[in-house]
Every structure is written in structure tokens, then in C-alpha cells.
Ligand binder design. Structure first.
Ligand code: FAD
Length: 392
């Protein structure tokens, strides 16, 4: 990728609503992305490799468990700081943000919220420092949007649980040290288990040939009579609400992250439009290109403010799952639209790896599907406002 010249748009002065700590956290992440992610990300994506060497740097900037209390190794930050970290990481690449999201909201969060004190002490400090990486197994080959139908199950064998089944589309699975696995017990109740790499019968084949999130490793989790120690059961919550609570936290982070990708596409297109000359003038002087750019900054500004407000509500423990759905859905949609229009502004150059736009666009095709598809989030809003479920 060409030199990272990113300048963040802030058309309505959102900065005035951020604390000094928020700005420090954001700027630290922004600088780290410019120095560590931008120079290598294009090559990682072209080779379809997750840049593992970034894990320790992600830990150093507090991207693993930003809101987990310091006594468990987290950064003890608020929800807006967490969101700003996700925004800046996804400004670099959705795959890098995905790794931090999964580690924070889908692995550390359930251990912190639903785990025992022993589990918190055993896993959280290592996850925060990046010495251990985790993944989250909810989706199955035949149960994506409808995880309640999952067939992965475990049976109480007295000394241990016997786990069977499989999970598909699992971010970080090919190299994760542990997996938070959602499975049904003999009574059909969904519970969380911590499954460790090396347990007999547990394998994690990688999913290849993705055109999206190429710098993020995706794979399966396969359980063939895996003996899971009883102390690895998350004791404090069960039922579908347990994984959905994790997804609320992750989706909130994605809402911020999508703004980062949108900002990067807008900033790139704006600079290009001012420099590229056709018909003797910068293409940014033509009304059709100005319309695209003006609509981009309008949508980014609207997204920034609903997302900041969502962060305030989350800090006050008042945000609803439906609000998170609306925000995730809106922001990913506007980010995709912005990426597609920004790509057009760059003409042929827009399809090359010289610029970040096409990579963001391809990444966002996964982001619009994972953690609840675009359709499902709309149905959640529909259910919330009508009281009537259109799911089934
Ligand atoms: C790159 C990537 C990484 C991922 N990482 C993880 C991870 O770490 N952990 C994890 O557990 N999962 C992960 N996922 C899985 C992801 O959450 C699922 O792909 C997603 O939930 C959709 O499930 P599905 O792919 O089975 O699609 P389906 O559920 O089969 O949906 C197919 C289509 O049907 C639509 N549809 C489904 N039901 C309805 C309905 N009732 N009404 C209207 N339309 C409907 C959907 O909106 C979609 O358009 C990842 C996916 C990707 C692509």
C-alpha cells in the first residue's frame, strides 16, 4: 500500500465530546496502525495470512480486553475507549479488528462475565497479554442465523464432559490456544465450555480461498469425543442469552469498526479526487464526484453520532440489544456504500492494492454477514418496534 496519509474526518466536532483519555487511547491506536499495520497489511491480504507478529503489539496498546478490569490484566477502560480502539483498528483492516474483537468480546468477556474466579485468574491475564489467543464457536454448518438449533452437544460422564459436534466459520480457530464453545447438555440447554488446543479429538482445520477478511484466519472446530474437564464449564450463565450477551459486546465494537473502514475509504477518495486531473481539472471539481463525497461525509457523521450515543448508553448500562443491532447494521451498510463509491472515484486505480479501498470493500462483505446478518438485524429492529417476530 502507498504511504498511509490518513486524516480522520470530524465534520461535527465529535472530538469535543470525547475525554482526554478517549483521545489518548484513540491516537495511540491510530499511530500504532500507521506504523505497524498499514505497511504490511496489503501483503498479508494478498498472501491470505494473518500477521501473527502483531499480536504482542495489539496487547501492548490495550486492544485485548480494553474494558476488562486491570486486576485481570485488562485496560479497565470505558465503552467509548473500547469503541475507538475498534474504529482505529478497522481503519487499518477489518481482519485485525476481528482478531481484537473476538479476543475481547467473545473470549475474555464470557470468561469475565460467566466464568468462575479460578477461570478468570487462569485465562484472562494471558489473553490480555496476547500470550494466549482464543476463538468463539457458535455457528455450525447447518445453524448460522438460527444458533438455537445447534447440534454440538456434551454428555456428563462423571469425571468429565464428552463433547461431540462441529463449528464452522470460526475466526482465529486455526491458531487459537482456547475455544469458547457453545454446546447443548443432555437437557438441551446451551452452555459454554473452554476447550483447549491439544485435547484429544479436537481439531481446527483452516477454511481457505476466501475473497474477504484475507488477513484473518478462519476455520472449523471439530469435536470427536473430546473429554473436557468439568472445571472448564462456564458456570454463571446458560441458555442462548449467554452467547448473545457476548455478541452484543462484539457487535457494538463492529459498529465503531465499520466507521473506521468508511473513514479510510472517504479520506482516500477525497485526496485522490483533489489530485487526479481529467479534462484539465481535478475530478473533485465535477458535481457527480462531489455528490459521492458529500454523501459519504454526511453518512459518516450520522454514524459517528449514533455510535457515540450508543457508547454513552453502554457506559450507563442502558443500551438495548436492538439499539446495538440498528447501529451495527446501519454502520456496516454505510461503510459498504462508501467503499463502493470511493472505489469508483479512484477509477481503475481503485481495484489495485496501491489503495486500501478494495480491501475494505471485500472485508466488509464478511462484516455485513457475521455477528448477525444484515437481514437478521433488520428483523430485530422490526421485532423491537412491533412486538411481532418475523424470524420464523
Ligand atoms: C469471515 C467470517 C468469520 C466468522 N467468524 C465467526 C466466529 O468467530 N464465530 C462464530 O460462531 N461464527 C462466525 N461466523 C459465522 C457468521 O456469524 C455466520 O456466517 C452468520 O451468522 C450467518 O450464518 P450463515 O452463514 O449460516 O447464513 P444463513 O443463516 O444460512 O443465512 C443465509 C441467508 O439467509 C438469510 N436468513 C436466514 N434466516 C432468515 C430469516 N429468518 N428471515 C430472513 N432471512 C433469513 C440471512 O440473512 C442470509 O442472507 C463468521 C463468518 C464469516 C463469514
Amino acid at each position: 500500500m502507498a504511504l498511509d496519509l490518513f486524516e480522520a474526518p470530524d465534520y461535527f466536532k465529535l472530538d469535543d465530546l470525547l475525554t482526554n483519555e478517549h483521545k489518548l487511547v484513540r491516537d495511540t491506536t491510530r499511530n500504532w496502525v500507521k506504523k505497524e499495520v498499514s505497511p504490511i497489511i496489503e501483503e498479508s491480504c494478498q498472501k491470505a495470512e494473518f500477521p501473527k507478529h502483531l499480536i504482542s503489539g495489539l496487547a501492548d496498546i490495550g486492544a485485548f480486553g480494553p474494558y476488562i478490569p486491570a486486576n485481570y490484566g485488562g485496560a479497565g477502560l470505558d465503552q467509548i475507549s473500547y469503541g475507538l480502539i475498534m474504529q482505529e483498528l478497522e481503519r487499518g483492516d477489518s481482519g485485525i479488528r476481528s482478531t481484537a474483537s473476538v479476543q475481547s468480546s467473545l473470549v475474555m468477556y464470557p470468561i469475565f462475565k460467566y466464568g468462575s474466579e479460578d477461570q478468570r485468574n487462569k485465562y484472562l491475564p494471558k489473553l490480555a497479554s496476547g500470550d494466549m489467543v482464543g476463538c468463539f464457536g457458535l455457528t455450525e454448518p447447518d445453524h448460522g442465523s438460527n444458533p438455537a438449533g445447534m447440534v454440538t452437544n456434551f454428555v456428563d460422564k462423571g469425571d468429565y464432559f464428552l463433547l461431540n459436534g462441529s463449528k464452522l466459520w470460526i475466526s482465529n480457530s486455526p491458531f487459537a490456544d482456547i475455544a469458547i464453545v457453545w454446546a447443548k447438555n443432555e437437557n438441551g440447554r446451551i452452555k459454554g465450555l473452554i476447550v483447549e488446543r491439544g485435547m484429544e479429538g479436537f481439531t481446527t482445520p483452516e477454511t481457505h480461498n476466501k475473497w474477504s477478511l484475507r488477513a484473518s484466519a478462519t476455520g472449523e472446530l471439530v469435536f470427536d469425543n473430546v473429554k473436557v474437564p468439568k472445571e472448564n464449564l462456564l458456570p454463571e450463565k446458560d441458555g442462548l442469552g449467554a452467547p448473545l450477551g457476548c455478541l452484543d459486546s462484539a457487535r457494538y465494537g463492529i459498529a465503531w469498526g465499520a466507521i473506521g473502514a468508511a473513514m479510510d475509504c472517504y479520506d482516500t477518495a477525497l485526496r485522490y479526487a483533489k489530485e487526479r486531473i481529467q479534462f484539465g481539472k481535478p475530478i473533485g471539481s465535477f458535481q457527480l464526484q462531489q455528490k459521492k463525497l458529500a454523501e459519504m461525509i454526511t453518512e459518516i457523521t450520522k454514524a459517528q453520532f449514533i455510535t457515540w450515543r450508543l457508547g454513552v448508553l453502554r457506559n450507563e448500562n442502558k443500551a438495548t440489544s436492538a439499539q446495538i443491532s440498528m447501529c451495527k447494521r446501519n454502520n456496516v451498510e454505510i461503510a459498504l456504500d462508501i467503499a463502493r463509491n470511493a472505489r469508483q472515484i479512484l477509477g481503475g486505480m481503485g481495484i489495485t492494492g496501491e489503495y486500501s479501498i478494495m480491501r475494505h470493500m471485500m472485508n466488509l462483505e464478511s462484516v455485513v454477514t457475521y455477528e448477525g446478518t444484515h437481514d437478521i438485524h433488520l428483523l430485530i429492529t422490526g421485532l423491537d418496534i412491533t412486538g411481532l417476530s418475523a424470524f420464523s
